[in-house]
Design a protein around this ligand. Structure first.
Ligand SMILES: [Zn+2]
Length: 118
């Protein structure tokens, strides 16, 4: 059985291999049904029970886009995990796209932090 730290390292390697195909990619966007965020780590992922329902219509929220850690490179930070305190930021929006007439609508944002064990 893998300890949590080893699982994180393996997922981190997989993640790096995926993003290496598009290293300039700082935002992953998808509204296709069933799309899932690309998690850099095993720990700290949003589970279904942690994603609330839409505050407007009560429907389910779905993955809309995620901010990749490479974004910090463009802000002048070093693009290595030691200089990051977050792994990815995932934004969930209403699956029904309700209340599109509102100029401001609260969405659900999940920040995956680097675990202390790795
Ligand atoms: Zn809604």
């Amino acid at each position: 059985m893998l300890v949590q730290g080893d699982a994180d390292k393996k997922i981190w390697v997989d993640f790096q291999q995926r993003v290496a195909k598009a290293p300039e990619q700082v935002l992953r966007y998808s509204r296709s049904s069933g799309a899932k965020p690309l998690w850099p780590m095993a720990s700290g992922r949003a589970s279904k029970s942690e994603i609330p329902n839409c505050k407007s219509c009560g429907g389910s929220l779905c993955f809309e886009f995620q901010v990749m850690p490479q974004l910090l490179f463009f802000f002048g930070g070093k693009n290595d995990r030691e200089s990051l305190d977050w792994a990815t930021i995932v934004v969930y929006t209403c699956a029904n796209s309700c209340d599109s007439s509102l100029s401001y609508k609260e969405e659900f944002v999940w920040v995956q932090l680097y675990s202390q064990t790795t």
